[in-house]
Design a protein. Structure first.
Length: 344
């Protein structure tokens, strides 16, 4: 008698991702996530949420949180997401996320969470002062993904470990409750060029909304003059651009600026070097500034227009939440039956 092949999930393909409303979005978010979300909506059933439940794992100003949620939604739409194609919604408006997360907390093992490196990095030397939510939020991430039975998740390097945890939870649930193939084991979507944009002030540090220097990043709400000024003030070295990628990788700031140019232009770094090798930053920076203004200024204009009419954004979020709940509710109902809850 031969071993039977494991039962695999046979449902439709679906992608899910989200961004926390904990600060202004910047060029790194745009190139690493938003433009890719906009492309995916034409290829696969797409669910994109504002991760406000994740945001409160660290303190958020309650008076600002709702407006920050609108800002993320505005950025999604300004970057090209179509609310009629992609489901755009606030995580907290879909109760199934939190309910499934509790069930998954009872499936996940403590040792799995102990291995999560992000908690160690975010909590620092005083982990006892961190919220329990900061420790367990990878389980909520698993619920975010699996409540929609998402099969694909865009991830960066810092999230690969969490997706592995999601796969572990799905596999254990399927096994423990006698439901082979019920939850998919989601695959990562590697984000490709532009996924890792570095600080304009330090080529060794990732561009971040928490950096105290506003000149370290290009915010999506920056106007054309501000974008150009930040590019022109970006840290560089005195040498002209090299001819080879090998030489470029040894120069962090130059590599970052060439990478930004390539991602904005839809070209490779090699193609950019073929045009600008041997030229100094006095030539390259103005060209990059012009390109960045061309690509990003309309996004900022669109965001400001949307934020000027919050009722429109709220209607989009409410419609998306209703659509998301419709998709999530059958999954949670079936999970409750499988677990054996009364009345399910």
């Amino acid at each position: 008698m031969t071993d039977q092949a494991p039962v695999v999930y046979a449902g439709p393909a679906r992608v899910l991702s989200g961004v926390q409303p904990s600060g202004a979005l910047h060029l790194g978010n745009y190139l690493g996530a938003l433009v890719k979300f906009a492309r995916l909506q034409h290829e696969i059933d797409t669910f994109i949420f504002v991760a406000d439940l994740h945001a409160i794992t660290v303190w958020q100003d309650p008076a600002a949180l709702a407006q920050q949620t609108r800002e993320i939604a505005a950025a999604y739409i300004a970057a090209g997401l179509d609310p009629d194609k992609a489901t755009i919604f606030p995580q907290s408006a879909v109760r199934e996320h939190a309910e499934l997360a509790w069930i998954f907390q009872c499936v996940a093992r403590l040792g799995w969470l102990d291995r999560m490196t992000q908690f160690k990095e975010k909590s620092g030397k005083h982990k006892e002062r961190s919220s329990v939510g900061l420790y367990t939020y990878p389980v909520l991430q698993a619920a975010d993904i699996l409540v929609y039975k998402a099969t694909h998740v865009p991830v960066g390097e810092d999230q690969k470990q969490h997706l592995e945890l999601t796969r572990d939870i799905a596999q254990k649930f399927n096994h423990d409750f006698g439901a082979p193939g019920y939850f998919p084991l989601p695959d990562p979507l590697i984000q490709g060029p532009g996924a890792r944009v570095m600080s304009l002030r330090d080529g060794a540090a990732k561009m971040s909304k928490s950096d105290p220097s506003d000149y370290s990043r290009i915010n999506l709400t920056d106007d054309a003059d501000t974008i150009a000024a930040k590019i022109k003030k970006a840290r560089t070295d005195p040498e002209p651009l090299p001819e080879t990628l090998e030489e470029l990788t040894a120069r962090a700031e130059a590599d970052n600026l060439v990478g930004i140019f390539a991602a904005l232009a839809g070209r490779t770094k090699a193609e950019v070097l073929a045009e600008y090798a041997g030229k100094g930053f006095g030539t390259f920076k103005p060209a990059l500034a012009e390109l960045a203004v061309e690509k990003l200024a309309p996004v900022g204009d669109r965001m400001r227009g949307l934020l000027g009419d919050p009722a429109v954004l709220d209607a989009i979020l409410a419609k998306g939440a209703a659509r998301a709940s419709e998709a999530a509710a059958p999954t949670l109902a079936e999970v409750k039956k499988l677990v054996g809850f009364w009345g399910a």
